[in-house]
Every structure is written in C-alpha cells, then in structure tokens.
Design a protein around this ligand. Structure first.
Ligand code: NDP
Ligand code: HSE
Length: 426
C-alpha cells in the first residue's frame, strides 16, 4: 500500500504537536487513514527544533520542502504574506496537497489559493485555522449545507476569552493576564493580532466564506478589540446580568452580509456566555435545521494539532473536494451590508466629574439622537474622583449611538472617551 508522505514546515507549538501526534498515534491513524502516514521531512529555521524530530529529511528552506518527495505539505510557520503563502503555492503547483492552520493567509489569499488547489486537483484544508480543535470548518463545508445559514456567531480567540475570563475571576490586570496567555502558547507571535481583534477577523472571514459561499473578504470586517475593556465594565456587566465576550458575528441580511468583530454583552446563562478560558464557542443559525452550538479548545498544541491531523487523515482517505465547499470559481464576491444602518441595544459607560447637571446633559444629547435609556447605574466615589455613569439603551442604530457619543465626548464634564458595547441578542 502506498504511504501518504508528509512534510511539515514550522516546528513551533502546533507543528511540534503535529509531529508528536503522528508519532505517538501512528498505528491508530494509519488504520483510520486506510494508508500509512509517513513523516518524510521537517523544516524549520531553528536547527534545534529540526533535530528534535525523527524524519529522513531535516530542512531549513521552505523551497527545498516544496520540492521534497512529500505528497502532502503541512504549513505551520504562520504569517499572512511571505514564506507561508509562497510555500503553499509552490507545493500546490508541485502537485502536493496542503494542510494549514494559517487563518491570516487563508483570510487574505484563500480564494486565490483555493483556485490554484482546485486547478491542480489537490486538497487545501484548514480546519485548525478556525476555533482550534472545534470541527467547525468541516461542519460548515460538508454538513450544514442544505437549509441555508442565517448567521454564525462565535468566540473565536482563545487568548481574548482567557484574558476576559481571568480578569473577571481574579480582578488581575489585562497586561498581566496577557503574559500568561503567551506563556501557555495561546497567543499569536504578535499578540496585538489577538487582543486587537485581527485574529478573530481572520477566522470570521473564513466562516463567512464557508457559510455563505462567498470569497473571504477581510476588508469587509469591522474590527474592535478588547484593550479598552476595564475590570469596571466586566463588573457592571455582571450587575446587569451579562458577561463581556469578544464575538465574531457574520449575518446575512436583506441589505448584504454583516461581518463584525466586537466585544459584546452576552446574556448570562446563554451558551456563548458560559464559554470560559481558552475555550471557543460557535453558534450557527441554520434556518429550519435550528441553532447549533459548538464548544471546544480554541488554541494550544494538542487541540490545534488534532485538527491538523484530522485534515491529513481526511486527505489520505481521498476526501479532496472544494476548499470552501463550493468550487472556487463560483465563490461570489461578498456584498457588505451598510454599517450605519445596523441596530442593537448598547451598554454605555461615561467617566464624568460628579457635578450637578452632568447626568441631565448626557441624557439630553442621547435624546437628541433619539437614543432611549432602559436602565442606569451610578457608582459612588471617593472625594475628588471621577464617577462612572453606566446605561443600557433600548435598541437603536450604531449611527445614532456613535453620533451621540461623539458630542458627549466633547463636553467639559466627561473626562475619558465614552465606552459603548453592543448587547448581543439572546
Ligand atoms: P510558532 O511561532 O510556535 O511556530 C512557528 C515555527 O515556524 C517557528 O519554529 C518558526 O521559527 C518557524 N518558522 C517561521 N518562519 C519560517 C520559515 N520561513 N522557514 C522555516 N521555519 C519558519 O507558531 P504556532 O505553532 O503557534 O502557529 C503556527 C500556525 O498555526 C500559525 O499560522 C498560527 O496562526 C496557527 N495557529 C496557532 C494556534 C496556537 O494555538 N498556537 C492555534 C490555531 C492556529 P522561529 O521561532 O525562528 O520564528
Ligand atoms: N492566538 C489564537 C487564539 C490561536 O488565541 O485563539 C488560535 O487560533
């Protein structure tokens, strides 16, 4: 029986996990694949990492890997541009299958790489690129295909969810908890991608493509990260019966597709609110087929390596198929819904000087923009300190809230930029 010969590029957290997984579970994986899986080459620029794995070819150059005798290349070096897409292109052109965990590359170049893979009759699989160990890519590509999908919403970044959960549980600072997430191997090489929302945007662009049959369109995602979230916001959220989560939301509307990454108030007791720590969660609203909820580990060596290995086994079994579930040539261009028309209820926090009339002034500006207040909390203060005024609004448009906040931010008693967080519908 012909073996499936595998070459791995990048022997860091995920690549190391894949090489180990192939070795430790070799016999079971061969049985599942129906053919032996043979690691024939590893490639990393660090000689110590190359030496740590047992493979006939230990390479430091991705070009040599693309030209090696591997049938399948696993790209785990990362990066939107440069070496990663170069390796994938060369490998596909050389007639090799490719498995990757690289959401940045797939979100930016996915449509083009898919066309190249399909032209060459080769697989390009990326299960690990979205939500780590959760099999959401395969589910959207191959299972939830009949009833049409209305929306996909998820907690897609383990680092951010870990940080928000730890801040809530321990009251520790954002920077302190971020260091832990880096040490645990959850964060990207550039953690700004995590906390700034860019990593969630990459994953969301891929989910949108799979759910709605469009080419991934990263530029159409509106992105806001979690850096501005304070322990105060987290504790106010709890008082109102909510938890703050960084969500990626893709929704089909009559006016086009909405793609947003934003911290959101998620009602306590609903499935996404209970997704804690490094776990990810995804809700798929699939019309008559009903809502589906997926939860699992979204980052780290083992869950991610598991998803990569599952793709390898899938290819070894002969499941090549279309990269995004429909032929690359028929992926349509995404038509984005106009941002200003979107609506939501909002949590608003104003940091103000506690002087007579300050609340009336804020309320009057909100009223001018027809933003109606549902409930409000004002916390006591130590003498001389600014106070927080916190409100939940009724449903209104993003445009109205942004207009009102811009005016309020310019008034003399408001001492910090106002915070707005949309309330996620149940
Ligand atoms: P790491 O930084 O741990 O590993 C990447 C490895 O690739 C490093 O050893 C790096 O070397 C090496 N490398 C980088 N460029 C080259 C090159 N040109 N030639 C040879 N080797 C190179 O990253 P991760 O394992 O964490 O991530 C890999 C991919 O998986 C990324 O796309 C990431 O987004 C994705 N991913 C990661 C998850 C995680 O939990 N970590 C989860 C899901 C996806 P050096 O150290 O010298 O830079
Ligand atoms: N940095 C990413 C995260 C890795 O924290 O979710 C998984 O994609």
């Amino acid at each position: 029986m012909n073996a499936m010969k595998i070459g791995i590029a990048g022997l860091g957290t995920v690549g190391g996990g894949v090489a180990k997984g192939l070795r430790v579970h070799g016999e079971m994986l061969d049985a599942r694949a129906g053919t032996p899986l043979e690691l024939v080459a590893v490639c990393d620029r660090d000689p110590a990492k190359r030496e740590a794995f047992d493979a006939p070819a230990k390479l430091d150059d991705i070009k040599a890997l693309a030209a090696s005798k591997a049938d399948l290349i696993v790209e785990l070096i990362g990066g939107e541009n440069g070496a990663a897409p170069m390796l994938v292109e060369e490998a596909l052109k050389a007639g090799k299958h490719v498995v990757t965990a690289n959401k940045a590359m797939m979100a930016r170049h996915g449509a083009r790489l898919a066309a190249l893979a399909e032209k060459n009759g080769r697989a390009l699989k990326f299960e690990a690129a979205v939500a780590g160990g959760i099999p959401i890519v395969k589910s959207l590509r191959e299972s939830l295909i009949v009833n049409g999908i209305k929306a996909v919403r998820g907690i897609l970044n383990g680092t951010c969810n870990y940080i928000l959960t730890q801040m809530e549980a321990t009251g520790r600072s954002f920077d302190d908890v971020l260091k832990d997430a880096q040490a645990l191997g959850y964060a990207e090489a550039d953690p700004e991608l995590d906390v700034g929302g860019g990593d969630t945007a990459h994953k969301l662009a891929l989910l949108t493509a799979l759910a709605f049959g469009v080419a991934p369109d990263l530029d159409a995602v509106s992105v806001q990260g979690i850096r501005a979230i304070t322990p105060d916001d987290i504790s106010f959220a709890r008082e109102f019966g909510y938890r703050i989560k960084l969500l990626g939301i893709a929704r089909q509307t009559d006016n086009g597709i909405i793609q947003r990454v934003q911290p959101a108030m998620v009602c306590a007791g609903t499935p996404l609110a209970d997704v804690d720590g490094v776990l990810n969660g995804v809700v798929v609203n699939a019309n008559e087929a009903g809502p589906f909820f997926f939860e699992g580990r979204g980052a780290g060596e083992y869950p991610t390596a598991n998803a990569v290995i599952a793709d390898i086994v899938d290819i070894a079994r002969g499941n090549v198929g279309s990269v995004f579930g429909v032929p690359a040539a028929s992926l349509s261009a995404l038509s984005p819904a106009p941002a200003a028309g979107a609506s939501s209820a909002f949590y608003l926090r104003f940091q103000v000087l506690d002087v007579p009339g300050v609340l009336a002034e804020i309320a009057s500006h909100l009223a001018k923009w027809r933003v109606s207040i549902e409930s409000m909390i004002q916390r006591g203060r130590a003498p001389g300190e600014a106070v927080s005024i916190v409100m939940i609004t009724h449903e209104t448009t993003y445009a109205a809230v942004e207009g009102a906040l811009q005016t309020i931010a310019g008034t003399s008693n408001v001492v910090a930029p106002p915070v707005k967080i949309p309330m996620e519908a149940k």
